[in-house]
Design a protein around this ligand. Structure first.
Ligand code: SAH
Length: 351
């Protein structure tokens, strides 16, 4: 039975499921989920580290800077959540081991938080020389000074969707249409407006995973060791996302219900809510700032000039790939960087 057939069976017997449950199963079902079985980085979608090595390299420099700002502790965890094919971390560590030298290399314990067994295999292979440990969740990372990196992880966290119908709000669900095919619908029970919904909003998404993540960071910070967590992703700052759930297959946008488990599902990240949650949990928040500004602030231009000079034959290709990350008309403005930190650390680089 395909995942789609199993979902139809599930809904026939148990009734419609929230959009967030659909997203969770489509992405992570052990037997047929997209990330669990056929993650399509480079095939269905392409990310910043897969576009240009400059991205990971600058994040590596960032990690060295923040480790030094913590007082260069002689043991710390460098964590990546959702490392994909390990390209970001490979570029980051190549650069970080040059910039931070032996003290950084000796102090670092690399921890990868990855849900996908298929991607873990790729990460083990690419990052073997750094002897990574794996964790299922950020809460399992050892209690040491911690620097967390995560690119395009937050947008995978399942979103609940709510829609306004007159004065009432209803949760969006996935049910079956009269032909027995998967179809979007609304839960019968009305409810109050979800937190953060603008007066004029007709649809609002809420990623409950953000609450869990912030609680984990707050718990870690409360134990006393310094923490910096850098997230880069796409989404609005000043209002909750509306209906942003979308699916990609072979680089083309398709219906999110078309082929569960065979397409990447993603939503916009509510950066405003993430910031509010972190601040009310007693954490420091820097940003969000546009990705382009962040990378330029970390020295993207100088690194790019260096690379182009060293590779004259491919100079144009290298330049235009890195330019995509910075150009406001491409990824530079739509993607944002935010840093969530334990209280009292110096302001992180690049903001
Ligand atoms: N950071 C990489 C990959 C982004 S794709 C890059 O920029 O290229 C999203 C990544 O997050 C994948 O590695 C995916 O398996 C992982 N992921 C998604 N949901 C997760 C979860 N709940 N816990 C841990 N990892 C998750």
């Amino acid at each position: 039975m395909t995942l789609k057939e199993r979902l139809i069976r599930l809904i026939e017997t148990g009734g419609p499921i929230p959009v967030s449950t659909y997203m969770q199963l489509a992405l992570h079902d052990r037997q047929d989920g997209y990330y669990a079985t056929r993650p399509g980085l480079g095939r269905d979608f392409i990310t910043a580290p897969e576009t240009s090595q400059v991205f990971g390299e600058l994040l590596g420099l960032w990690a060295v800077h923040e480790w030094q700002a913590m007082g260069s502790p002689d043991a710390f965890c460098l964590v990546e959540i959702g490392p994909g094919r390990g390209v970001l971390m490979q570029d980051a560590l190549r650069m970080a081991f040059v910039a931070g030298g032996k003290p950084f290399a000796d102090a670092m314990q690399l921890v990868l938080v990855e849900a996908s067994p298929a991607l873990r295999d790729v990460q083990v292979e690419r990052l073997a020389i750094y002897e990574p440990q794996f964790a299922e969740q950020a809460s399992e990372v050892p209690d040491l000074p911690t620097i967390i990196l995560a690119n395009e992880y937050l947008d995978c966290l399942p979103a609940r969707q709510f829609r306004r119908d007159g004065e009432e709000w209803h949760e969006c669900v996935v049910g079956l249409d009269t032909d027995g095919a998967l179809a979007f619908g609304l839960a019968a029970d009305g409810r109050a407006a979800p937190e953060g919904a603008a007066k004029s909003a007709a649809c609002v998404e809420v990623q409950t995973g953000l609450d869990i993540l912030v609680a984990e960071l707050a718990t870690r910070a409360a134990k006393g060791a310094p923490v910096h967590a850098l997230f880069v992703d796409y989404g609005p700052v000043d209002a909750a996302p509306g209906d942003s759930l979308r699916a990609f297959k072979d680089g083309v946008q398709v219906s999110p219900l078309h082929a569960p488990g065979e397409t990447d599902l993603t939503v916009d990240v509510d950066f405003g809510r993430l910031k509010r949650l972190a601040e009310s949990a007693g954490l420091d928040v820097t940003g969000p700032v546009p990705q382009g500004m962040f990378l330029l602030g970390l020295g993207a231009q100088a690194r790019l000039n260096q690379l182009v000079k060293a590779n004259e034959d491919d100079g144009d290709v290298i330049f235009s790939a890195a330019q995509r990350l910075i150009d406001p008309k491409d990824m530079g403005e739509r993607f944002k960087a935010i840093c969530i930190s334990s209280k009292g650390l110096p302001k992180p680089a690049g903001f």
